[in-house]
Design a protein around this ligand. Sequence first.
Ligand SMILES: *[C@@H]1O[C@H](CO)[C@@H](O)[C@H](O)[C@H]1NC(C)=O
Ligand SMILES: *[C@@H]1O[C@H](CO)[C@@H](O)[C@H](O)[C@H]1NC(C)=O
Ligand SMILES: *[C@@H]1O[C@H](CO)[C@@H](O)[C@H](O)[C@H]1NC(C)=O
Ligand SMILES: *[C@@H]1O[C@H](CO)[C@@H](O)[C@H](O)[C@H]1NC(C)=O
Ligand SMILES: *[C@@H]1O[C@H](CO)[C@@H](O)[C@H](O)[C@H]1NC(C)=O
Length: 498
Amino acid sequence: MRPSLLFACLVLPALSLAQQVTTSWIIGTNSQASTVSTPTVFTIGPTSTGNSTSGGSASPTGNSTSTVSGSTSGNATSTSSVVTSNLPTAATGVPGANGGGPGGGAPSPGAPAQGGIYGPPDGYIAGAEALRSAAMLGGVGLSFALQIVILTSTRSTQVSSKRGMEIKTIGTHNGTFHCDEALAVFLLRHIPTYRDAALKRSRDPAVLDTCDIVVDVGAVYDVQKNRFDHHQRGFQEVFGHGFTTKLSSAGLVYKHFGKQVIASELKLDAEDPQVTVLWLKLYKEFIEAIDAHDNGISQYPSEAKPRYRSRTDLSSRVGWLNPPWNVTVDAQTVDSLFVKASQLTGEEFLNRLQYHAQAWLPARDIVGTGLLTRHQVYPSGGIMLFERFVPWKDHLFELEEEQNIAREALPLYVIYPDEFGGNWRVQAVPVSPESFESRKALPEAWRGLRDDELSRLSGVEGCIFVHASGFIGGEAKCRTHAIILLLVPQATKRKKEH
Ligand SMILES: *[C@@H]1O[C@H](CO)[C@@H](O)[C@H](O)[C@H]1NC(C)=O
Ligand SMILES: *[C@@H]1O[C@H](CO)[C@@H](O)[C@H](O)[C@H]1NC(C)=O
Ligand SMILES: *[C@@H]1O[C@H](CO)[C@@H](O)[C@H](O)[C@H]1NC(C)=O
Ligand SMILES: *[C@@H]1O[C@H](CO)[C@@H](O)[C@H](O)[C@H]1NC(C)=O
Ligand SMILES: *[C@@H]1O[C@H](CO)[C@@H](O)[C@H](O)[C@H]1NC(C)=O
């Protein structure tokens, strides 16, 4: 039994969501396209962004026919349906069946060719992957019909009638995939120009030449020509703005299109200053590590021996999506795994973007104000106070740098109410954002003490605790920071004063 048939038999009965949906792939060439339609009984939730655009009325008779009543206008690239790991291949006698895939068979799902788009978009395959995993748990036995429909229309599959725009094609290499091009492809598909773009994975220059934009392959970096490889000798591009890590295709695409992605996601103008702040921040927080990882630049000096392994970063997780060495898979399956990887990287990026836009940026304003007004809290400027809980650490170091604060005027402690607003805390500012070491920890003698004992020793009533490492503590029981304001100056006193 062909894997695709096996898949269908396993999958189809598993579903109680009995909705009639038609699965279709368009596998055409210049003059004609053929659609393989698989009527099934379910939809894929998350990726069902549009209606099936062709073959909607295909009858499950199993014969080729030269008519199709489904219109190919509209969302040619956003079909709601299912793809198995092996795309059924049209008989070679069928006009247009030589779709450019290996051996003249069906090409990669979603891949375009001159004059036609091959198959569904990649999101659809990713959805199918998820569905397949789930459905494999299901029952057995249900017949399904496979039908080949030949589309006589030609250009219609290449043009989105809604926008009247040519559908673009993104090219990248085939075979083993990595985090950088997975994300690069996702990012491109999140700017208006490439929103519905098809994807072609190949190393064949003739194939890549047909693509509107090519990333991570082709040995050319030329912005005018939309060529974004980083593997060629002499490539030294960095992000700039203080970042000196050599770029991968992710960083390269982000450098040139990142602001558009952010502006489009947040529905802001690309020139909005917030877009620039987020663009820089997301490079630092998200993209740079991918660039470094891809270019083999280690995070620490190579002579430093890591104390433990950490292989759950995004680049590693994309790596794990590739098939293991002793599992043979066809190109379509790898393509569909790539799509999964692209979704993985992209969704994570978008989540991070949303966080930074909705939470990080507003906090930054509060911290900036706190830093500017800290001398009103304590004359030395050594104490910052926030009237409500705010994640300050992320911002403080950047803002200190921005405000050009002298070393001796840097804040040592931050006072804030806890997340629930019940008690107040004093936290020692670390020497760097990731460090566990404080600029000035709370006094050694207080560490690990609680309640009355701590209050007696510090001479301040209402103390709750000081952490054993001295980085945090002094929660005040009452709902005022006054007690902490008494406590902290004591902590800042020099040793000889004790
Ligand atoms: C799909 O088709 C149905 C019925 O024609 C329509 O109500 C629905 O809005 C369509 N959905 C999309 C996403 O076009
Ligand atoms: C399908 O094609 C075969 C061979 O050409 C023919 O015998 C059969 O009647 C056709 N079936 C339908 C439903 O058209
Ligand atoms: C195309 O898909 C979008 C959602 O992706 C939907 O809003 C729109 O109605 C669809 N257009 C057609 C013609 O189906
Ligand atoms: C990449 O695609 C080419 C055909 O374009 C094929 O010859 C080659 O084997 C593929 N490589 C991998 C690793 O799949
Ligand atoms: C990989 O190869 C080993 C040794 O030949 C075999 O035991 C194992 O089952 C293989 N794994 C898969 C997933 O086929």
